[in-house]
Design a protein around this ligand. Structure first.
Ligand SMILES: C=C(O[C@@H]1C=C(C(=O)O)C=C[C@H]1O)C(=O)O
Length: 113
């Protein structure tokens, strides 16, 4: 099976890996290149977000109380703190807003299935 290209610089490999090109930002020289890079990153993000929602839905089924009723602020704080180590420019405060939207979208999607 061949790699499935999902965007500029992003592909799913036959063995189920997601591969994303991360060339140095300083090498981006034009608006078209910058937008192509964003399109590739967004395609990869979409794949990751879809997978994350599917895994979060599994957690909802396994927890004693799932869904919005079983929301865990402590676990969500831990997630954001761990992510902030990889995203120091965004930082924990902005990441918390992003992840709140991601988590709520995942819980909504799980409830709608
Ligand atoms: C997935 C869980 O349930 C909820 C959803 C979370 C998520 O999408 O990461 C995190 C904490 C909970 O609010 C969990 O408790 O781990």
């Amino acid at each position: 099976m061949q790699d499935q290209v999902i965007g500029e610089g992003a592909a799913r490999t036959a063995s189920g890996e997601l591969r994303v090109a991360l060339p140095p930002v300083a090498e981006i020289g034009s608006l078209a290149e910058a937008r192509a890079a964003i399109d590739g990153l967004d395609a990869a993000l979409a794949v990751l977000l879809e997978r994350r929602a599917a895994v979060a839905a599994v957690v909802q089924r396994l927890k004693p109380v799932g869904g919005f009723a079983g929301r865990s602020p402590e676990r969500e704080r831990q997630i954001v703190e761990a992510m902030a180590e990889h995203a120091p420019v965004l930082g924990a405060e902005r990441l918390a807003r992003i992840m709140n939207a991601v988590i709520e979208a995942g819980l909504e999607a799980a409830a709608s299935r």
